[in-house]
Design a protein around this ligand. Structure first.
Ligand SMILES: [Zn+2]
Length: 383
């Protein structure tokens, strides 16, 4: 098995001399666990703990009393309120789950970007151009107004900029592209026009995955069609998936994604609240309560989405940072994987500053910041 065993240690070197500022309280009982090996154990021990097993399998989502307007199971309907604590992961770690990251990294951060939009709609265009003008940003306002004429001035054609930012922190990430056709809901760009850009992303060592459209999450034909469309254009198999609007049905979506040939999914998180939807801050094989079997796909659960913080949760950026910092520290404590979704449309102003703050903090803590595909490769090779 071959991993990326050589990881740039620039971050560690940079911060080793900074005095090792402690950003989190450390749980001594967890820190004193023996050196971490590379096998995933103990998940079956969960079955003996009914409440944790029900949380892990998301039993309450099998017959939900209601769904939100996008037909999602929202946090506000969940009986499990303690979403910021990964109680299932904690149980597993305390009962023998051993995790070791490449290069001796302490925990992992799975960085992801959903690409819904690369052109402003007419409404957004007027709004953005006017907002930049109001702020005296004449150049930006012009760039917004003329963005369709050149990729170089299009603020949403920012893939190189995102990769350069992540490069600064020795990070890589996944870009999940919508693969829609003109008549599909939320169609914004022709995938064919993204071909060179997607090749650049892949050639640079980042990942291109599928961002399934509105209708994909419960329709195998649609998932397969979109996957084939994307694979035809990038010329390679696509491993990773996230559904648009985080639409997801437990356990059906996992079964369909496995059937379509995906290696992993990164959809499974709440849109209306950050945290750990099934108490896990580690990747896991989902369990289907209907068939009484595990599903052969890896879930890398989503913990933080940009618009959850300032949109759904209505946090100001200061409070948002407090909660993000808490989640980072929690995942560090349990040696887990923190999955972050930051849209390419959130890469300016306060949102960009916030994203960079996450990168800086996780880099300082010695996290392995990488794409979903790299997390999947590492996880399956250690089983
Ligand atoms: Zn989307």
């Amino acid at each position: 098995m071959i991993f990326e065993l050589i990881f740039a240690i620039k971050c560690l070197q940079t911060f080793a001399v900074s005095g090792g500022e402690s950003l989190c309280d450390v749980d001594a009982s967890i820190q004193s666990q023996p050196a971490h090996k590379t096998r995933y154990v103990m998940i079956d021990a969960l079955r003996e703990n009914e409440s944790l097993w029900n949380l892990f399998t998301r039993k309450e989502e099998y017959n939900p009393p209601a769904l939100d307007i996008h037909r999602r199971f929202p946090y506000y309907l969940s009986k499990h309120r303690d979403v910021l604590e990964p109680s299932v992961s904690e149980f597993l770690i305390r009962n023998g789950l051993e995790v070791e990251y490449p290069g001796g990294k302490r925990f992992a951060v799975c960085l992801t970007h959903d690409v819904d939009v690369v052109y402003f709609s007419r409404f957004q265009l007027s709004y953005e151009a006017a907002r930049s003008l109001r702020r005296g940003q004449l150049r930006k306002s012009l760039a917004v107004a003329l963005h369709r004429f050149s990729k170089k001035i299009n603020p949403l054609w920012n893939f190189e900029q995102i990769m350069n930012l992540e490069r600064k922190y020795d990070a890589k990430s996944s870009f999940y592209f919508l693969a829609l056709e003109r008549d599909d809901q939320d169609f914004n760009f022709k995938l064919e026009n993204m071909k060179d850009q997607m090749r650049d992303i892949i050639d640079s060592g980042w990942e291109v995955g599928l961002h399934g459209g509105h209708q994909a999450y419960n329709n195998l034909d649609v998932i397969k069609r979109e996957k084939e469309r994307l694979e035809r254009i990038v010329g390679r198999e696509v491993a990773g998936y996230r559904n648009h609007y985080l639409r997801f049905e437990v356990p059906a979506t996992w079964e369909l994604l496995k059937e379509a040939g995906f290696k992993y999914d990164a959809t499974f998180g709440y849109a209306d609240c950050v945290g750990f939807r099934n108490g896990m801050c580690h990747p896991f094989k989902p369990f289907n309560l209907n068939t009484n079997e595990y599903i052969d796909i890896l879930e890398i659960p989503l913990a933080i989405m940009d618009c959850t913080l300032d949109g759904y949760m209505r946090l100001d950026w200061e409070d948002a940072w407090e909660i993000a910092r808490r989640l980072i520290c929690t995942v560090e404590r349990y040696k887990g994987v923190l999955t972050i979704l930051w849209h390419n449309t959130s890469m300016s102003g306060k949102e960009l500053e916030f994203y960079e703050k996450i990168l800086e903090c996780c880099c300082r803590k010695g996290a392995w910041m990488t794409s979903g595909e790299k997390i999947w490769e590492w996880w399956v090779n250690r089983e």
